[in-house]
Design a protein around this ligand. Structure first.
Ligand code: ATP
Ligand code: MG
Ligand code: MG
Length: 554
């Protein structure tokens, strides 16, 4: 029991514990290592590991690796890194379905011996035909009534590699007229002459997902096997195997609704296309809804966990608004991110009443309401940068509308002086290249004289002591709310402006030596982090995580 809200799963677990069916809860997260994990997997991870934590139980990590062609060690490694980053640890060693191949093979023999499985030689096309449709029952395969001996012999030949791929398969003998298509003699083993990343060339037959999953659950002593709703129809088959086989225990399968979020796609196959077609820089591009992409974007693991909690766990499909994730991100970063200053679009300001070699350190809090985070010391010099958008020559702008610097007027520099704009220097095209200004003496940490009323507070960075940075600003990868739900190709809905690279940004000194992935709130700009891979003290590269508030129209 805990303070988390109840849902149909916690109700089931509570009941199982109360009536003594279980005394200890074991769940599992069973990814197929055929891609990087995405936000939907984050939901499944938080759910499975979360329940284990909540009930003092365990959660296994099991790679569901029965399709060797599409799987790889790169994916296995990334999945482990993602789970750890999210803040979870699996029980004991990492597990692989493939490590149960020997037992599964024995189970297949068991079914054959009991007359519950047969080697079928229908071609794929014939098998489809025999299968029937949702409205029409299927037909029995002509190979269905082979003797046990013949089946044992043929299955052994399959295993030995005597047959080519597709020549035959092992099928369960259940019911070709079942209204549930999954029970129409499903395939248990198919011939695949491929090397497996874990078992090498030991096998040339591989078990199907259905024949693998429940038995693996049973072999690991899983009590609650949680999957997404599309497997609801597989549950009778899951139970059929557990009833027919000498398994050590009988886990139960539960289904919940997949997490879908708008303005993105969450399918490994589609995400892989974005990578393969170079739409993004890789699986961990900060625009990707992958866990590694979100991490690189600067989204804190805690925000992702909180988001998954907020979404809840239920049995009806829906699309969650990304705004909910944004909310969780801002909440987390506002609370914990150190503050700093960064000028994204610099305009040089020269103070005419300050000496050229002037260097003065001013003090600013690391966090406005967390004293324990300490202070930072910022160099104030004769030349600084402010953002171009924070200055206007238009003296008619009202104080209320434009709380920034206007020609001839005053503004406060955050944690430093009140200044006055005095003169603009323009190039031949009329573009402002420099602003001349003066500081109001005695205004660091003190109010100016009464007749001076600064319009507002703006951020700044010392031009001579600041550090140049490249800042990447991201937007949604898709400009369609449900890019893959219509009839057109989801790639048509790519947002052509999802990445903007600002090469000439200036940040306060000291940031460049902080570790990759450090995150900040740049005052008045939003939340940013140091890129995990591309940044170095010599060339600082920052990713914008999210703005301070939502600028998207909904
Ligand atoms: P995809 O369709 O994106 O390839 P998958 O379901 O094939 O995903 P798996 O590696 O099999 O990917 O998933 C591992 C676990 O994560 C499964 O238990 C699956 O149910 C769960 N999962 C995958 N996508 C989602 C999602 N969108 N929402 C919730 N759980 C998910
Ligand atoms: Mg799957
Ligand atoms: Mg899949």
């Amino acid at each position: 029991m805990s303070d988390k809200p109840a849902n149909f799963l916690t109700n089931a677990i509570d009941a199982d514990l109360a009536n003594g069916k279980h005394t200890h809860i074991v769940t599992r997260f069973p990814p197929e290592p055929n891609g990087y994990l995405h936000i939907g997997h984050a939901k499944s991870i938080c759910l499975n590991f979360g329940l284990a934590q909540q009930y003092n139980g365990e959660c296994n990590l099991r790679f569901d690796d029965t399709n060797p062609e599409k799987e790889s060690q790169e994916y296995i490694d990334s999945i482990q890194a993602d789970i750890k980053w999210l803040g979870f640890q699996w029980a004991g060693e990492v597990r692989y379905s493939s490590s149960y191949f020997d037992t599964l093979y024995e189970y297949a023999l068991h079914l054959i011996r009991n007359g519950d499985a047969y080697v079928c030689e229908l071609t794929a096309e014939q098998a489809r035909e025999y299968r029937g449709t949702l409205t029409e029952p299927g037909k029995n395969s002509p190979f269905r009534d082979r003797s046990v001996e013949e089946n044992l012999e043929l299955f052994e030949q399959m295993r030995r590699g005597d047959f080519d791929e597709g020549r035959c398969s092992l099928r369960a003998k259940i019911d070709m007229a079942s209204p549930n298509m999954n029970l129409r003699d499903p395939v248990l083993y198919r011939i695949r002459k491929v090397v497996h990343h874990q078992t090498g060339d030991k096998w040339c037959i591989y078990p199907s997902y259905d024949f693998t999953h429940g038995q693996s659950d049973a072999l690991e002593g899983i009590t609650h096997s949680i999957c997404t709703l599309e497997f609801e129809d597989h549950r009778p088959l899951y139970e059929w195997f557990l009833d027919k086989l000498p398994v050590p225990c009988k886990p139960r399968q539960y289904e919940f609704a997949r997490l879908n979020v708008n303005y993105t796609v969450t399918s490994k196959r589609k995400l892989k296309r974005l990578v393969d077609e170079n739409v993004v820089s890789g699986w961990n591009d900060p625009r990707m809804p992958t866990i590694s992409g979100m991490r690189r974007r600067g989204i804190p693991a805690a925000a992702l966990r909180n988001f998954c909690d907020m979404v809840g766990t239920n049995r009806s499909d829906g699309v969650v608004d990304l705004g909910m994730l944004d909310f969780a991100i801002r909440e987390e970063l506002n609370e914990n991110a150190p503050r700093a200053m960064c000028v994204l679009n610099p305009l040089k300001v020269v103070f005419t009443n300050i000496a050229e070699d002037h260097l003065e350190m001013v003090t600013a809090p690391v966090h406005p309401n967390k004293e324990e985070m300490g202070n930072r010391s910022l160099p104030f010099t004769r030349e600084i940068y402010i953002d171009r958008e924070d200055f206007s020559e238009d003296t008619s702008l009202s104080r209320k509308k434009f709380k920034r610097l206007v020609m001839g007027d005053y503004v406060r520099l955050r944690s430093a002086y009140v200044i006055k704009a005095e003169e603009v220097i323009k190039d031949d095209q009329g573009e402002i290249i420099e602003l001349r200004a003066s500081v109001v003496e005695g205004t660091v940490g003190a109010n100016p004289p009464e007749d001076i009323r600064p319009r507002g507070v703006i951020h700044w960075v010392s031009a001579s002591k600041g550090v140049k940075a490249t800042v990447r600003v991201y937007d949604r990868l898709f400009n369609h709310e449900t890019p893959d739900r219509g009839s057109d190709d989801f790639m048509q809905h790519l947002n052509p402006h999802s990445l903007e690279i600002l090469e000439n940004c200036w940040v306060e000194p000291g940031l460049e030596v902080l570790p990759p992935e450090s995150c900040f709130q740049f005052e008045r700009e939003g939340y940013f982090c140091i890129d995990q891979h591309d940044s170095s003290p010599e060339h600082l590269v920052l990713n914008k995580t999210i703005g301070l508030k939502d600028v998207w129209e909904r």
